[in-house]
Design a binder for this molecule. Sequence first.
Ligand code: IDP
Ligand code: MG
Length: 149
Amino acid sequence: MEQTLVFVKPDGVQRGLIGEVIARLERRGLRLAAAKFMQVTEEFAGQHYAIHQGKPFYDKLIAYIISAPVMAMVWEGSNAVEAVRQTMGATRPTEAAPGSIRHDFGLEIGRNLTHASDSVENAKQEIALWFKPGELVSWQRSIDEWVFE
Ligand code: IDP
Ligand code: MG
């Protein structure tokens, strides 16, 4: 089953939107595989966002991500990477589709509420960075056959 790394960023946590994000992913049919509420360190944020090092927004991005706790999760399901990116919406909230989280709750790219892996390959790397193998729960739901064909 395809898996993807999601976290509710500090603005989403401060605004009380952890439950909203979880509810939308559950409602979509995705299955939770792991969750961890944590304060990210500057070093860890640098590892997660290594690809953005040197970009003009990098320093502000790191400051944003360590400014309050985050809620990190692994979600799984058919096409989980693409489905979760769609539920989050485009990076810039004013370009995010109506009905997406970033559209419905956001205004600025630097306060866009959530992270979601952008490819299956990156999802694998990000899950390995954020979670130990033993923190992932392998389980079935009785409704799985009504969601996964
Ligand atoms: P993504 O989160 O949709 O995958 P990325 O391009 O990977 O978007 O950028 C990572 C994060 O960096 C974004 O979610 C956003 O918080 C921040 N970011 C990206 N581009 C900008 C920018 O131009 N200005 C400010 N922040 C940005
Ligand atoms: Mg990204």
